[in-house]
Design a protein around this ligand. Structure first.
Ligand code: NDP
Length: 253
């Protein structure tokens, strides 16, 4: 495979970075998108094309897709991976932060699908991979907004799969379990900022400790296990609709 083109969001770290490298190793021309373009430089050095993109900014998403089409004429794979965990008691999280959590984890993914689909339909082929979570099927206290986004993305993905199948386009959901990335520290910081004092402090302390603890990070799987599942999802003739992968995810398969 030499002429296929992939876009991976959230490529500046963790799962997205590993996925960009995995798809490149499979022969794709890979575009890696993120806000922290400085972090994309090491991927550029290895031939992955850097795109400055904020998935809450429609202009940057349109510009990214336009550049890919201008340079390559096609888009075969869209990996919607950008996301973060907005943790805190539902009573405590500012409603604008709740909206932002949905903007990044849900609206950004579906908007990029909207921008890629006309090209995929013209090609009569393509794969959209949406990174949800085992938290897209489970729920925990103080993770309401995050789980809400991942449940929503699961439902949207399942509907989209039915809509685009007649055009030869696949929609694959990848549900990571615990993966050793920056995600846990970012989620713990959100939790401490929202519920670190006040009525939910005791619950927040326990959840933050678990998100941050060395043991938790050590037992987590490396991002490469998710990159590997995505690679399988985009190269299989008939991909599975769901890949549940990583620490703790096996019982969900
Ligand atoms: P990281 O924090 O390492 O990576 C998150 C990526 O998302 C970064 O590259 C970041 O790039 C990008 N991102 C965040 N906000 C935006 C935005 N507004 N616009 C564009 N990019 C954005 O975490 P992971 O690699 O672990 O997370 C990847 C995905 O996997 C997420 O959707 C996460 O919810 C999911 N996941 C992770 C699990 C885990 O245990 N780690 C478990 C289950 C699911 P930048 O800041 O440069 O823009």
């Amino acid at each position: 495979m030499t002429n296929k083109v992939a876009l991976v969001t959230g490529a500046s770290s963790g799962i997205g970075e590993a996925t960009a490298r995995e798809l490149q190793s499979l022969g794709f021309t890979v575009y890696g998108a993120a806000r922290r373009t400085d972090r994309l430089q090491k991927l550029s050095a290895d031939g992955i094309r850097a795109l400055a993109m904020d998935v809450t900014d429609d202009v940057s998403m349109q510009a990214g897709i336009e550049r890919i089409i201008a340079e390559t004429g096609r888009i075969d794979v869209l990996v919607n991976n950008a996301g973060y965990g907005s943790y805190g008691a539902l009573e405590d999280v500012d409603i604008d932060e709740g909206r932002r959590q949905f903007e990044v984890n849900v609206f950004g993914a579906i908007r990029l699908a909207q921008l890629a689909l006309p090209h995929m339909r013209k090609q009569r082929s393509g794969t959209i991979v949406n990174i949800t979570s085992m938290g897209g099927r489970l729920h925990t206290p103080l993770g309401g907004w995050y789980h809400g986004t991942k449940f929503a993305l699961e439902a949207l993905s399942d509907c989209l799969r039915l809509e685009v199948a007649p055009f030869g386009i696949d929609v694959v959901v990848v549900e990571p379990g615990g993966i050793a990335t920056e995600w846990g520290g970012i989620a713990a910081t959100h939790l401490e900022e929202t519920s670190g004092t006040g009525a939910y402090k005791a619950q927040a302390d326990a959840v933050a400790k678990s998100l941050r603890s060395e043991a938790n990070v050590n037992r987590n799987s490396p991002p490469s296990v998710i990159a590997d599942a995505i690679g399988k999802g985009v190269t299989a003739r008939r991909p599975r609709t769901r890949y549940a992968v990583g620490f703790g995810a096996k019982p969900l398969i």
